[in-house]
Design a protein around this ligand. Structure first.
Ligand code: MRU
Length: 339
């Protein structure tokens, strides 16, 4: 396969490498993801994360394994193991459905390689279109609030919600970005803060519990988040804490936008209640760990509830900003996402 480089994926000498998103921003470690076990391990540990990136990394690995001579049967098994790596982000399943069609071609190794590269290129273009459509909604002097990380680290391109923010900044319309730290794994505090700093976008880091006070003081003009899955009725699964922001935004009359590519749509999923939500390890809530070390503050025996995502009902969303443009609540109510 040709050499490839995105913010957090690399293919060099027919090997897939990932930028360890658990070690950022203190360390920039590129790790090999050359077997199914290795990539699934990286995905579980959130070294590879973000809905689009999970699907792209799995697709690239499959293509590389085919290039290295793996049989069609073994590739089929590998595909199913990768599909089960994380349950919520539907981009993984959507991308692997396309790879499965390539696997059925007579020259499957060539077809898989071409399809994986196509998915990467398409994701770049989808991000560009989302950024263009979304930035048109950002008014001069905007103070925007975002949650989790939806930037170049999480996609092959400029990102989704963060791509909108970056484009709006280039257009001179962003006064400040409030970055939710995003407990428990701090994707906002570690990754979004880092990306905005690299891009020169003015931001202030806040803890998740500060958004209400900011909105009450009139300091937030719009909320921009990404999505892991959009159901047929417009309900959205995204990083835990997104729903509380949407409730707050509704109460304070602040627009709440979801930015996502078409690979995040799941027309077969009727509503948010049908979206599988990943439960994660207790240790992520009883303490914190990273390149800075590990600490536990909760009692050893503390019982923990740790869903990685929550569901925001369509009724709280002002607009779904997709690569095809802005979809309104009226269009969603008429079945726009129902396929
Ligand atoms: O658990 P994560 O870090 O993979 O969760 C990521 C999110 O919730 C993002 O908002 C979503 O995947 C969109 S990334 C463009």
């Amino acid at each position: 396969m040709q050499t490839l480089q995105t913010t957090s994926l690399r293919v060099v000498d027919n090997t897939l490498w990932i930028l360890d998103q658990q070690a950022l921003p203190q360390q920039k470690n590129w790790l090999p993801a050359d077997t199914v076990d290795a990539l699934v391990g990286h995905i579980h540990a959130l070294r590879v994360r973000g809905a689009p990136l999970i699907g792209l990394s799995a697709s690239l690995l499959l293509a590389l394994l085919a290039e290295h001579g793996m049989t069609r049967d073994a590739l089929g098994q590998a595909l199913e193991v990768l599909r089960a790596a994380r349950p919520t982000a539907v981009n993984l399943m959507n991308n692997l459905d396309r790879m499965k069609q390539a696997l059925a071609q007579p020259d499957y190794a060539t077809a898989l390689g071409a399809e994986a590269l196509r998915l990467v290129q398409e994701d770049r273009e989808l991000c560009e279109r989302i950024a263009r459509a979304g930035s048109a909604l950002v008014t001069p002097g905007s103070r925007l609030l975002t949650h989790c990380n939806t930037g170049g680290l999480a996609t092959a391109g400029v990102g989704t919600a963060l791509g909108v923010i970056a484009r709006a900044h280039e257009e001179g319309n962003v006064a400040n970005v409030w970055v939710d730290e995003t407990r428990p794994l701090l994707q906002g505090g570690r990754l979004t803060a880092w990306e905005l700093g690299e891009l020169g976008v003015p931001y202030q880091l806040i803890t998740d519990s500060m958004a209400a006070g900011l909105m009450a003081q009139g300091l937030v003009d719009a909320v921009w988040v990404g999505a892991d899955r959009i159901a047929a009725n417009g309900d959205v699964a995204n990083k835990i804490g997104t729903y509380s922001l949407a409730v707050l935004a509704k109460y304070h009359d602040v627009p709440f936008y979801v930015a996502a590519p078409q690979t995040t749509l799941d027309p077969a999923c009727p509503n948010g209640a049908a979206i599988p939500i990943e439960q994660r390890a207790a240790a992520e809530v009883t303490g914190v760990a990273g390149s800075f070390g590990a600490v536990q503050w909760a009692p050893e025996e503390a019982r923990v509830y740790n869903p990685a995502f929550d569901v925001t009902p369509a009724s709280l969303i002002s607009g779904w900003v997709l690569d095809g443009g802005v979809v309104t609540p009226e269009e969603v109510a008429k079945g726009r996402f129902a396929g």
